[in-house]
Design a binder for this molecule. Sequence first.
Ligand SMILES: Cc1cc2nc3c(=O)[nH]c(=O)nc-3n(C[C@H](O)[C@H](O)[C@H](O)COP(=O)(O)O)c2cc1C
Length: 386
Amino acid sequence: MRRPKLDRVANINDLREIARRRTPRIFFDYVDGGSYSEATMRANVTDFDKWGFAPRFLVDVSGRSLNSTILGRPTKLPFMIAPTGLAGMLWPSGEVAGARAANTAGIPLALSTVSICGMEEVAAATSAGFHFQFAMTRDRGLAEAMLERARACGAEAVHFTVDSLIPAMRERDQRNGLRVMTRPSSRTIMGILAKPGWAMTHMPNGKLPRFGNLPPESGRDIIEQTAAFGRVMEPNITWEHLTWLRRTWKGKLVFKGTMTIGDAERAVEEGCDAVVVTNHGGRQLDGNLSSIAVLPRIAEAVGDRTEIIFDSGIRRGTQIAKALALGAHSVMIGRAWLYGLAAGGEAGVALAIRLLADELSITLGSLGLNSIDELRRLGPSLIEPV
Ligand SMILES: Cc1cc2nc3c(=O)[nH]c(=O)nc-3n(C[C@H](O)[C@H](O)[C@H](O)COP(=O)(O)O)c2cc1C
């Protein structure tokens, strides 16, 4: 696809704007939207403004570093790429492009079960840490086979996503015809043809791609596969499934979907190595509290017993700094990397990561801090509700 000019991009919102212009509406809205009124999605971003920094000065910060660790692995930055489905619809081999950018930046990437690229090729594109987001199937044999595949391609961690069992109503997807995955309507096809660059690279011969992690017999393309996937998925996951997963998966286990102290404590008791404080980017329960609103109390309750990963609403390095100051050990970025991907492929993801890293570095220095460790330790004394 023709490369857009990225040299005037100043922040993640600029990448979003380029993404909006280049991507067929059906896929841009899939990324950009949230459930129902999108109130939670918006609050995820704006609730960061309810916290302000009280910086200290006259500290030598010339040697500051953003080095960190995520689940024990040294990383160049305290954030990583969140698992997001269908990223490969935004750019050819989109998940591989993301993995390459993550590798160069020295940060891990978590791959969604419903990615376009298969986990083997994505894992092979990075040596900076590969995680796999696992979806529970009714048939335990199938689930074990998926976990074995993830292990064989080097997944260091499995993310167990618990907050998206009830199909969410994203009204933009409803209007665009994405909720019912059937053959595209003429309106959808017109929308796709309105972005010819996209159509030529994503649908050569007019064929839709496949989900790379689902077996060949699951169908010829994402439409057939979505129907097949719906039939094999476990519709009713409970704590018993987490117990099973902890017994079965020997690597690091990440509990993705924590909004209450009770769930966080139970996840720790079940042996999870990390909990993700998240509301799925406001894509599930509309009216949910924002993730940043619940982070301090969950960090206070379990932060000394497990690693806390934070996501939802991160569009700025200042927000990453706030999340770390309020008790997160690291942060995941969802839409921020997808906007970069849709705007410019690997270069766009690299730019998204660099923008966030540069802002974080400036914030760290402006707070009179030299390291991410210091930010975690001294952060609580440098941030206040406004
Ligand atoms: C387009 C899109 C697809 C997503 N797909 C998945 C998924 O397949 N599995 C999963 O665990 N989370 C998924 N998520 C949630 C992200 O992992 C993450 O929690 C969320 O994007 C964080 O919010 P943010 O986008 O505001 O950063 C998806 C998010 C988006 C935006």
